[in-house]
Design a protein around this ligand. Sequence first.
Ligand code: C2E
Ligand code: MG
Ligand code: MG
Length: 676
Amino acid sequence: LRRWEVWYVAGGSAHVALLGVFCLAAFALTDDPFARLASFSITTAYLVGTPGRSFASDLLVNAQIVSAGIPMLASLMIAGPAYWFIILFVLLPFLLALKTISTRLRGIFMSAVLRARDLSHLANRFDTALNNMPQGLAMFEPDGQITVSNERLLSLLQLPPEALNDGVTFDTLLNTCTQTGMVEQISAADLSQNLRMNLNVSPRGEWILNMADGRSVAFKLQAIDSGGGVILAEDVTERIRAQASISYLARYDSLTDLPNRHSFREHVQGVLNSARLLSAALMFIDLDQFKQVNDTLGHVLGDKLLWSVSQRLRLVIGPAGMVARFGGDEFVIFQDFYDAREDAAQLASLLIQQMSEPFDIEEHKLVIGASIGIALTPDEGGNVDDLLRDADLALYRAKAEGRGTFRFFEGQMQVQARARRDIEKDLRDALAHNELELHYQPIYDLSAKRYMVCEALIRWKHPQRGMIPPSEFIPIAEEMGLIWEIGSWVLHQACRECANWPPDVNVAVNISAMQFRRGNVMTPVRQALREAGLKPNRLEVEITESALLQDLNTTRLVLHQLRDIGVGVSLDDFGTGYSSLSYLQSLPFNKVKIDRSFLQGLDRDSRALTLLRGITRLSIDLGMSVVMEGVETAEQLALVADAAQVSEVQGYFFSRPLPADQLLLLLRRQTKSLVA
Ligand code: C2E
Ligand code: MG
Ligand code: MG
């Protein structure tokens, strides 16, 4: 372009210069006025067109003015002083005007060109922005015609570019969508009505259009002050899916796909609130042995078992009731019955039977069971939380009564639960507040004719409730995990006390089954003996059959360790549990303490006596001595002493459990009388 400009300038200037020379020749070589006038006028006329033709090039304008102006000036100079006047007042201003007009024209032209360029830049940028935004956009006039839109809008609606003809409205676009089958007619109509109605409402909402291909597109509307508005469209499929899955997760248990606690509560409360009379039951189901399966075979298998359980429950309940999982191995059922008490009992039996059938899971035949607590809906109204609490209490009772069974809620369960909660609350502090104390019950040795062992029995002197017997708080201490602390306190206290007694009187201490299960009975026993300076053979440990049931191997190991250091071991409450004779044979007991329930009916029934005789005979043959518990009368004593070879007797007939100081007096008296 630059090179061409040079050529163009050179040619253009040469052309004008020729006219100038023509002018000069007419003035210099002739006196012909026509020649002079013609040449001068032609050159001037030609020059007049210069700004129009050549304003764009400053160089060309200058070159032409100079190349014509100089010969013209020279011509007039030659023509004589009369023409100089023309030079001054016509020719010079004319040339100057040419130059000024050209410069001005170029300025106007340049700014127009630059503005056009800027505009097209702006338009390009706007286009890029419009077509690269994630939303589809349509801007429309008050009459509905779309004036600006982007490609994204077309791709969201799956429309071809032709769909956006001049004068198209948003409604027409939606119509095309219904024709292609991408949008249902009714949803399209709904959307366009919503958009129209909400144009002048604020705040405007968001409207979702469900497309035939499963996508969801959200539309938003923004009114423009000068009329018309902007519609923004966005693909919200993921968001809608996430919302759906969040609300599913919030309502269903992910492992079993059963409703969870939240939706169960909502459903049941809804039913309870409905005015109709209900005869429904809420059942709390707890799987027996599930924890063992989980612990021994792992969580993956445990999860599969829970899934199978949920399937079985669903099958039994069917569409008639609602089954939910509350987490862990807790399932809940709510069902409306014709006669709730009778039908629920039947259903519970069926469920327990179904849950006891083996589950086949990955080559394992898993046998579990279920306990069920049932709460019936009140005659009117009712609260789901109360029902849940009642069913839970009933479940607690069912479990306590041996599992694999069901119980209905009864009012007094709540009273008991409250009392229990109170005990739990206070028991934590009982040790720290010195509220626990030991009483001692002497055990009479029939052959030595004196007391040779005293059993330590714990008591809780509650500041408000008075004396609480161990049967009421030991099971709670076991459940709360306080039994280790309490048990070791009992050992220390009993050994310390025994150290004050005559050296031939031993102390017997009850050890809970839970203490054995942890397997660390030895540590507190050794510590207690060492601290009290007591010989191990003055301590006897009593355990009940239930301790043996828990974990026979650990218990056997601990019993042997106790025997090894010289501590005596007694089997307590024999005859109340499984009374398996094999325990007597396989475990290293020194003594068997026969439970006082054996004495009931002993006077009259000779069969009971035969049984007692058999047990004592067997025990003695196995190298154990026999203690008879709970002897209250002289007749009982006579029977026991004569008929069976019982070596020791314990019971109110001899002495009730006594506080430490009273027992000490009793033992001193005994020593004195012996000496005497
Ligand atoms: P146990 O070891 O069989 O204790 C004997 C229970 O029978 C004691 O009840 C005693 O008071 C009672 N008894 C004794 N002679 C007679 C009698 O002639 N007639 C009647 N009706 N009862 C008699 P207690 O003190 O209420 O203890 C109950 C159970 O609590 C004990 O049974 C024992 O298993 C447990 N226990 C007591 N103290 C402790 C302890 O320190 N630790 C643990 N783990 N358990 C304890
Ligand atoms: Mg005992
Ligand atoms: Mg006993």
